[in-house]
Design a protein around this ligand. Structure first.
Ligand code: FES
Ligand code: FES
Length: 506
């Protein structure tokens, strides 16, 4: 083992403990690699392994049985784990917290401040923690795993699993399931891949430089169109989809590459990730199984961004929306067709912009922003905003004076109410983020400068407001609800802020 090997390298690569995840190493910012060292939570990707010689290290899968059982049961009962990538690190953190007595919500949220979750909006995790760490609390029954998986599949658009294995981080992530002995291909800043036996060795051989965030201001690359009589005008920026699991795919020579989204799906954002074809090409060239991995910096440099746009709409909702594309963008035809279907009175213009690759498959790309802008017309702060999304999901959202988000949803047959609620809270989190804080700095040459996972503007556990969810009874077949909730939340949050002309607000 190299002298500068990290605890994460030692546990994941040398001991094969894949419950431990690598979401950003060696940035130390996502919390996915959290373990307990002598009972104290530590992020393993910035802990040199030599520092733990002679000390006790506990990973999520080795937390003492009664507590681990309670944690897993509580996460299952509240829908606190969707893709499960962030969950094992959080389980370790909570096991450490349990040593300091029964925590209150504020203590739990402070502890979760060291973690990022793209899926759940944190609230179900807080609820699970409060239940699990209070020995007097009666745990509700686990979710129906089949119903949970069916609702998760509907919301993410990819086959999903649910149950204890997902909570324990074994949802089948590509970086965990590559055949033993696969050559690791680690993407480098130069645009290629460094080949080695392990990620640690590839990192060392490529002299990988850790990415940083910048102080560069966000750029809104598209001028809003001039529309006479427009009452809402909006420009957005480049947004990192911010999935916590970095792109990874493995392939055997002559075989089919694994999907890069396993149990996550990244809400569509990874659907066209080129990493699959990279894994296939490298495996065929080398004649050996290859695990291709993008470190966090390369996820930002190579991954597709949510399309930036600018729009202006008149009181009747008609107007113009301009959508950005770069030379290597996904084909945006399907997005434009969806816009035409929901708003035939809105003219769509494609605008060439300088910037990173633009994706077409991010959840509600362009559609959610347009639905939000239309729902914002004539809306007043504190009022209910209603959105019906393509697919039929209906959401009504209101932000009250205390900042609490009230959401009522008609998603047809819920399949699993706990899971539906978790996805609704996650969509509120995503919608609030797009309006309030999410964006990455891109310079005039199109280079991305915010390369750390904390620089994307994801709302953290402490800043995330409470969400109250009402599920409207419905006889309709099940429909996805995420885009409707995102759009209605965006409209309510934007209106509350006075509808300034650019997102994010901060
Ligand atoms: S992988 Fe260690 S904090 Fe993200
Ligand atoms: S469940 Fe937290 S990142 Fe997916």
């Amino acid at each position: 083992m190299a002298a500068d090997a990290t605890l994460l390298d030692a546990l994941r690569e040398d001991l094969g403990l894949t419950s431990l995840k690598d979401g950003c190493s060696p940035q130390g910012q996502c919390g996915c690699c959290t373990v307990l060292v002598d009972g104290v939570a530590r992020v393993a990707c910035v802990t040199p392994v030599r520092r733990v010689a002679g000390r006790s290290v506990t990973t999520a899968s080795s937390i003492d049985e009664p507590l681990l059982d309670r944690l897993v049961a509580a996460f299952e009962a509240t829908g606190a784990s969707q893709c499960g990538f962030c969950t094992p690190g959080i389980l370790s953190r909570l096991a450490g917290l349990s040593r300091r007595g029964v925590p209150d919500e504020s203590k739990v949220r402070t502890a979760l401040g060291a973690h990022l979750c793209r899926c759940t909006g944190f609230q179900p995790i807080v609820e699970a923690a409060l239940l699990a760490l209070d020995p007097a609390a009666q745990l509700p029954p686990r979710r129906d795993a089949d119903g949970a998986a069916a609702r998760a599949t509907l919301e993410s658009g990819t086959p999903q699993r649910a149950g204890d294995v997902v909570v324990l981080g074994q949802g089948g992530f590509a970086a965990d399931t590559a055949p033993e002995g696969s050559t690791v291909a680690l993407a480098t800043a130069a645009g290629g891949y460094e080949l080695a036996a392990t990620q640690a060795a590839a990192r060392l051989a490529s002299a990988k430089v850790q990415g940083r965030n910048s102080t560069m201001p966000l750029r809104h690359p598209i001028e809003p169109p001039a529309v006479e009589g427009a009452v809402v005008v909006l420009a957005t920026t480049f947004v990192e989809p911010a999935y916590v699991e970095p792109d990874a795919s493995w392939c055997a020579p002559g075989g089919e590459p694994s999907l890069p989204f396993a149990n996550a799906g990244a809400f569509g954002a990874k659907r066209n990730s080129p990493i699959r074809e990279d894994a296939r090409r490298l495996a065929d060239e080398l004649g050996t199984p290859v695990l291709a991995v993008w470190p966090r910096e390369e996820v930002v440099r190579r991954g597709a961004k949510r399309p930036p746009l600018a729009l202006a709409l008149r009181p009747d909702g008609a107007g113009v929306v301009r959508v950005g594309r770069t030379p290597d963008s996904d084909d945006l035809t399907a997005v434009l067709e969806q816009v035409a279907a929901i708003a035939p009175d809105v003219t769509v213009e494609l605008v060439d912009v300088t910037g990173p690759r633009i994706g077409a498959t991010h959840r509600g790309a362009v559609v959610a922003e347009l639905l939000a802008a239309r729902a914002s017309i004539g809306s007043q702060p504190g009022e209910e905003v209603e959105v019906v999304a393509p697919g039929g999901g209906r959401a009504v959202v209101r932000l009250d004076a205390a900042g609490i988000v009230h959401v009522a949803v008609d998603a047809g047959e819920p399949l699993c109410a706990i899971t539906l609620r978790s996805y609704v809270i996650g969509a509120v989190h995503h919608g609030l983020g797009l309006v309030r804080s999410e964006g990455i700095a891109v310079d005039d040459e199109g280079q991305v400068h915010d390369l750390t996972i904390r620089s994307f503007g994801i709302i953290g556990a402490q800043a995330m407001p409470s969400v109250e969810v009402e599920i409207i009874e419905s006889d309709r077949p099940s429909v996805p609800i995420g885009v409707a909730v995102m759009a209605a939340t965006m409209a309510a949050a934007w209106t509350e802020a006075g509808q300034p002309p650019t997102w994010p607000l901060s």
